[in-house]
Design a protein around this ligand. Sequence first.
Ligand SMILES: NC(=O)c1ccc[n+]([C@@H]2O[C@H](COP(=O)([O-])OP(=O)(O)OC[C@H]3O[C@@H](n4cnc5c(N)ncnc54)[C@H](O)[C@@H]3O)[C@@H](O)[C@H]2O)c1
Length: 254
Amino acid sequence: MRRFEHKTVLVTGAAMGIGAATARRLASEGASAIVADCNEEAAQQKVSEIQGSGGEAWFQHVDLANPSSIEEMGRQVRERVPCLHGLVNNAGILRTASIAETGDSDWEPQITVNLRAPALCTKVLLPLLRKGPGHIVNLSSEGAFIAHENRWVYTASKAGVLALTRNMAREVVGYGMRANTVAPGWTVTEMHFLHSDDPAAKKAELERVQRTESVIPRLARPEEIAAVIAFLLSDDASYMTASIVHVDGGRVTS
Ligand SMILES: NC(=O)c1ccc[n+]([C@@H]2O[C@H](COP(=O)([O-])OP(=O)(O)OC[C@H]3O[C@@H](n4cnc5c(N)ncnc54)[C@H](O)[C@@H]3O)[C@@H](O)[C@H]2O)c1
Protein backbone atom coordinates (compact mmCIF):
# COMPACT_ATOMS: atom_id res chain seq x y z
CA MET A 1 0.00 0.00 0.00
CA ARG A 2 1.46 3.41 -1.04
CA ARG A 3 -1.31 5.76 0.07
CA PHE A 4 1.02 8.72 0.74
CA GLU A 5 3.09 8.84 -2.44
CA HIS A 6 4.17 12.47 -3.14
CA LYS A 7 2.60 13.58 0.14
CA THR A 8 4.19 15.37 3.10
CA VAL A 9 3.01 14.78 6.65
CA LEU A 10 4.27 16.39 9.86
CA VAL A 11 4.22 14.29 13.03
CA THR A 12 4.92 15.94 16.39
CA GLY A 13 6.70 13.91 19.05
CA ALA A 14 8.06 11.63 16.33
CA ALA A 15 11.41 10.94 18.01
CA MET A 16 9.90 8.15 20.09
CA GLY A 17 6.96 5.85 20.69
CA ILE A 18 3.73 6.22 18.76
CA GLY A 19 4.99 9.28 16.85
CA ALA A 20 8.11 7.47 15.64
CA ALA A 21 6.03 4.45 14.59
CA THR A 22 3.66 6.79 12.73
CA ALA A 23 6.48 8.54 10.86
CA ARG A 24 7.89 5.11 9.92
CA ARG A 25 4.50 3.86 8.74
CA LEU A 26 3.75 6.96 6.66
CA ALA A 27 7.22 6.91 5.08
CA SER A 28 6.84 3.21 4.30
CA GLU A 29 3.70 4.18 2.33
CA GLY A 30 5.55 6.82 0.32
CA ALA A 31 5.20 9.95 2.47
CA SER A 32 7.87 12.46 3.16
CA ALA A 33 7.68 12.42 6.97
CA ILE A 34 8.59 15.50 8.97
CA VAL A 35 9.87 14.28 12.33
CA ALA A 36 9.10 17.20 14.65
CA ASP A 37 10.44 16.96 18.19
CA CYS A 38 12.53 18.68 20.87
CA ASN A 39 14.79 15.64 21.28
CA GLU A 40 17.13 16.19 18.34
CA GLU A 41 19.37 13.18 18.93
CA ALA A 42 16.52 10.65 19.07
CA ALA A 43 14.70 12.36 16.20
CA GLN A 44 17.76 12.35 13.93
CA GLN A 45 18.19 8.66 14.69
CA LYS A 46 14.60 7.99 13.57
CA VAL A 47 15.18 10.04 10.40
CA SER A 48 18.31 7.96 9.62
CA GLU A 49 16.39 4.72 10.21
CA ILE A 50 13.61 5.79 7.84
CA GLN A 51 16.11 6.92 5.20
CA GLY A 52 18.08 3.69 5.69
CA SER A 53 15.01 1.67 4.77
CA GLY A 54 14.43 3.70 1.61
CA GLY A 55 11.95 6.21 3.01
CA GLU A 56 11.96 9.98 3.02
CA ALA A 57 12.10 11.97 6.27
CA TRP A 58 13.58 15.09 7.81
CA PHE A 59 13.97 16.48 11.28
CA GLN A 60 12.22 19.65 12.41
CA HIS A 61 13.07 21.09 15.80
CA VAL A 62 10.18 22.30 17.95
CA ASP A 63 9.59 22.81 21.64
CA LEU A 64 5.84 22.40 21.90
CA ALA A 65 5.74 24.00 25.33
CA ASN A 66 6.90 27.26 23.77
CA PRO A 67 4.55 29.20 21.41
CA SER A 68 7.41 31.08 19.72
CA SER A 69 9.16 27.80 18.95
CA ILE A 70 5.92 26.56 17.32
CA GLU A 71 5.75 29.80 15.31
CA GLU A 72 9.34 29.27 14.20
CA MET A 73 8.56 25.67 13.20
CA GLY A 74 5.69 26.98 11.05
CA ARG A 75 7.98 29.52 9.41
CA GLN A 76 10.69 26.92 8.66
CA VAL A 77 8.23 24.33 7.30
CA ARG A 78 6.58 26.98 5.08
CA GLU A 79 10.01 27.78 3.63
CA ARG A 80 10.66 24.14 2.87
CA VAL A 81 7.39 22.76 1.47
CA PRO A 82 4.53 24.33 -0.55
CA CYS A 83 1.79 22.33 1.20
CA LEU A 84 1.09 19.65 3.81
CA HIS A 85 -1.13 16.57 3.37
CA GLY A 86 -1.31 15.67 7.04
CA LEU A 87 -0.61 16.79 10.59
CA VAL A 88 -0.42 14.38 13.51
CA ASN A 89 -0.58 16.22 16.81
CA ASN A 90 0.91 13.30 18.66
CA ALA A 91 3.39 14.61 21.26
CA GLY A 92 2.20 14.32 24.82
CA ILE A 93 3.58 14.09 28.31
CA LEU A 94 2.34 12.31 31.40
CA ARG A 95 3.07 13.45 34.96
CA THR A 96 1.42 11.65 37.84
CA ALA A 97 0.48 13.37 41.11
CA SER A 98 -2.39 13.24 43.56
CA ILE A 99 -4.77 16.17 43.94
CA ALA A 100 -2.94 17.28 47.08
CA GLU A 101 0.50 17.05 45.49
CA THR A 102 -0.37 18.72 42.18
CA GLY A 103 1.20 22.11 41.55
CA ASP A 104 1.90 24.48 38.67
CA SER A 105 4.79 22.27 37.58
CA ASP A 106 2.20 19.58 36.79
CA TRP A 107 -0.47 21.80 35.22
CA GLU A 108 1.74 23.98 33.07
CA PRO A 109 3.66 21.40 30.97
CA GLN A 110 0.78 18.98 30.49
CA ILE A 111 -1.74 21.62 29.45
CA THR A 112 0.72 23.42 27.17
CA VAL A 113 2.13 20.32 25.43
CA ASN A 114 -0.98 18.08 25.41
CA LEU A 115 -3.72 20.64 24.74
CA ARG A 116 -2.41 24.05 23.67
CA ALA A 117 0.27 22.73 21.29
CA PRO A 118 -2.16 20.82 19.00
CA ALA A 119 -4.15 24.04 18.64
CA LEU A 120 -1.09 26.20 17.97
CA CYS A 121 0.50 23.71 15.54
CA THR A 122 -2.76 23.52 13.61
CA LYS A 123 -2.94 27.31 13.50
CA VAL A 124 0.60 27.90 12.23
CA LEU A 125 0.42 25.06 9.69
CA LEU A 126 -3.12 25.77 8.48
CA PRO A 127 -2.02 27.77 5.39
CA LEU A 128 -0.04 24.70 4.23
CA LEU A 129 -2.76 22.23 5.23
CA ARG A 130 -5.40 24.17 3.29
CA LYS A 131 -3.30 23.78 0.15
CA GLY A 132 -2.83 19.98 0.59
CA PRO A 133 -5.53 19.51 1.60
CA GLY A 134 -4.10 17.96 4.73
CA HIS A 135 -5.98 15.97 7.31
CA ILE A 136 -5.42 16.18 11.05
CA VAL A 137 -5.18 13.45 13.67
CA ASN A 138 -4.99 14.48 17.32
CA LEU A 139 -3.94 12.06 20.05
CA SER A 140 -6.20 11.73 23.07
CA SER A 141 -6.11 8.75 25.44
CA GLU A 142 -8.22 6.09 27.11
CA GLY A 143 -7.61 8.29 30.15
CA ALA A 144 -10.13 10.79 28.78
CA PHE A 145 -12.80 8.12 29.33
CA ILE A 146 -11.64 6.09 32.33
CA ALA A 147 -10.94 7.41 35.81
CA HIS A 148 -7.43 6.88 37.12
CA GLU A 149 -5.81 7.96 40.37
CA ASN A 150 -3.05 10.57 40.19
CA ARG A 151 -3.62 11.45 36.53
CA TRP A 152 -6.25 14.15 36.73
CA VAL A 153 -4.30 16.88 34.90
CA TYR A 154 -3.22 14.50 32.11
CA THR A 155 -6.72 13.09 31.65
CA ALA A 156 -8.26 16.59 31.68
CA SER A 157 -5.82 17.67 28.95
CA LYS A 158 -6.70 14.58 26.90
CA ALA A 159 -10.45 15.18 27.35
CA GLY A 160 -9.83 18.71 26.06
CA VAL A 161 -8.32 17.23 22.89
CA LEU A 162 -11.71 15.63 22.08
CA ALA A 163 -13.51 18.99 22.09
CA LEU A 164 -10.65 20.68 20.27
CA THR A 165 -10.80 18.11 17.47
CA ARG A 166 -14.56 18.34 17.03
CA ASN A 167 -14.28 22.11 16.68
CA MET A 168 -11.38 21.79 14.26
CA ALA A 169 -13.42 19.37 12.16
CA ARG A 170 -16.26 21.89 11.79
CA GLU A 171 -13.91 24.71 10.96
CA VAL A 172 -11.70 22.99 8.38
CA VAL A 173 -14.35 21.04 6.44
CA GLY A 174 -14.72 23.99 4.07
CA TYR A 175 -11.09 23.52 3.01
CA GLY A 176 -11.67 19.84 2.17
CA MET A 177 -9.91 18.83 5.38
CA ARG A 178 -10.88 16.29 8.04
CA ALA A 179 -9.89 16.14 11.73
CA ASN A 180 -10.16 13.05 13.91
CA THR A 181 -9.08 11.86 17.33
CA VAL A 182 -7.28 8.64 18.12
CA ALA A 183 -7.60 7.50 21.72
CA PRO A 184 -4.96 4.83 22.36
CA GLY A 185 -4.99 2.37 25.20
CA TRP A 186 -1.83 1.63 27.13
CA THR A 187 0.99 1.24 24.66
CA VAL A 188 4.56 0.12 25.29
CA THR A 189 6.50 3.40 24.92
CA GLU A 190 8.88 5.53 26.94
CA MET A 191 5.95 7.58 28.27
CA HIS A 192 5.36 5.03 31.00
CA PHE A 193 8.95 4.11 31.74
CA LEU A 194 11.17 7.20 31.25
CA HIS A 195 10.49 8.57 34.74
CA SER A 196 9.94 5.21 36.43
CA ASP A 197 12.36 3.96 39.11
CA ASP A 198 11.53 0.37 38.19
CA PRO A 199 10.43 0.06 34.52
CA ALA A 200 10.04 -3.74 34.70
CA ALA A 201 7.67 -3.51 37.69
CA LYS A 202 5.77 -0.67 35.97
CA LYS A 203 5.33 -2.78 32.82
CA ALA A 204 4.13 -5.76 34.87
CA GLU A 205 1.59 -3.53 36.62
CA LEU A 206 0.26 -2.14 33.31
CA GLU A 207 0.05 -5.65 31.86
CA ARG A 208 -1.89 -6.90 34.89
CA VAL A 209 -4.49 -4.10 34.59
CA GLN A 210 -4.83 -4.61 30.85
CA ARG A 211 -5.30 -8.39 31.33
CA THR A 212 -8.22 -7.84 33.68
CA GLU A 213 -9.86 -4.73 32.18
CA SER A 214 -9.45 -5.07 28.43
CA VAL A 215 -10.95 -7.43 25.85
CA ILE A 216 -7.56 -8.00 24.20
CA PRO A 217 -5.53 -8.86 27.31
CA ARG A 218 -2.21 -7.21 26.45
CA LEU A 219 -0.59 -3.81 25.97
CA ALA A 220 -0.53 -2.22 22.51
CA ARG A 221 2.50 -1.90 20.25
CA PRO A 222 3.12 1.62 18.86
CA GLU A 223 2.75 0.23 15.32
CA GLU A 224 -0.85 -0.77 16.10
CA ILE A 225 -1.75 2.84 16.90
CA ALA A 226 0.27 4.15 13.93
CA ALA A 227 -1.70 1.95 11.50
CA VAL A 228 -4.97 3.59 12.55
CA ILE A 229 -3.49 7.10 12.38
CA ALA A 230 -2.31 6.36 8.83
CA PHE A 231 -5.79 5.10 7.91
CA LEU A 232 -7.42 8.30 9.20
CA LEU A 233 -4.98 10.48 7.24
CA SER A 234 -5.59 8.49 4.06
CA ASP A 235 -8.41 8.75 1.52
CA ASP A 236 -9.67 5.42 2.88
CA ALA A 237 -11.20 7.50 5.70
CA SER A 238 -12.76 10.07 3.34
CA TYR A 239 -16.12 10.07 5.19
CA MET A 240 -14.63 10.24 8.69
CA THR A 241 -14.29 13.50 10.56
CA ALA A 242 -14.87 14.59 14.16
CA SER A 243 -14.62 10.89 15.05
CA ILE A 244 -13.04 9.41 18.14
CA VAL A 245 -11.35 6.13 17.31
CA HIS A 246 -10.55 3.95 20.32
CA VAL A 247 -7.46 1.81 19.72
CA ASP A 248 -7.31 0.19 23.13
CA GLY A 249 -8.04 -3.53 22.81
CA GLY A 250 -11.66 -2.87 23.74
CA ARG A 251 -10.93 -1.40 27.15
CA VAL A 252 -13.10 1.72 27.03
CA THR A 253 -16.04 0.37 25.05
CA SER A 254 -16.40 -3.09 26.65
N1 LIG B 1 1.82 5.25 25.57
C1 LIG B 1 0.56 5.14 25.98
O1 LIG B 1 0.18 4.21 26.71
C2 LIG B 1 -0.47 6.16 25.55
C3 LIG B 1 -1.80 5.92 25.88
C4 LIG B 1 -2.76 6.83 25.51
C5 LIG B 1 -2.41 7.99 24.83
N2 LIG B 1 -1.10 8.20 24.52
C6 LIG B 1 -0.77 9.46 23.82
O2 LIG B 1 -0.08 9.15 22.62
C7 LIG B 1 0.85 10.20 22.33
C8 LIG B 1 2.24 9.61 22.13
O3 LIG B 1 2.63 8.98 23.35
P1 LIG B 1 3.92 8.06 23.48
O4 LIG B 1 3.57 7.03 24.47
O5 LIG B 1 4.42 7.66 22.15
O6 LIG B 1 4.94 9.08 24.16
P2 LIG B 1 6.54 9.02 24.29
O7 LIG B 1 6.85 9.57 25.64
O8 LIG B 1 7.06 7.69 23.94
O9 LIG B 1 7.01 10.06 23.17
C9 LIG B 1 6.62 11.40 23.25
C10 LIG B 1 7.40 12.21 22.24
O10 LIG B 1 7.01 13.57 22.38
C11 LIG B 1 8.17 14.39 22.44
N3 LIG B 1 7.91 15.60 23.22
C12 LIG B 1 7.57 15.68 24.53
N4 LIG B 1 7.51 16.96 24.91
C13 LIG B 1 7.82 17.70 23.82
C14 LIG B 1 7.95 19.10 23.58
N5 LIG B 1 7.77 19.99 24.56
N6 LIG B 1 8.26 19.51 22.36
C15 LIG B 1 8.48 18.62 21.35
N7 LIG B 1 8.40 17.29 21.52
C16 LIG B 1 8.06 16.83 22.74
C17 LIG B 1 9.22 13.50 23.11
O11 LIG B 1 10.54 13.97 22.86
C18 LIG B 1 8.91 12.15 22.48
O12 LIG B 1 9.59 11.99 21.25
C19 LIG B 1 0.76 11.17 23.49
O13 LIG B 1 -0.08 12.25 23.16
C20 LIG B 1 0.14 10.35 24.59
O14 LIG B 1 -0.55 11.14 25.53
C21 LIG B 1 -0.12 7.33 24.87
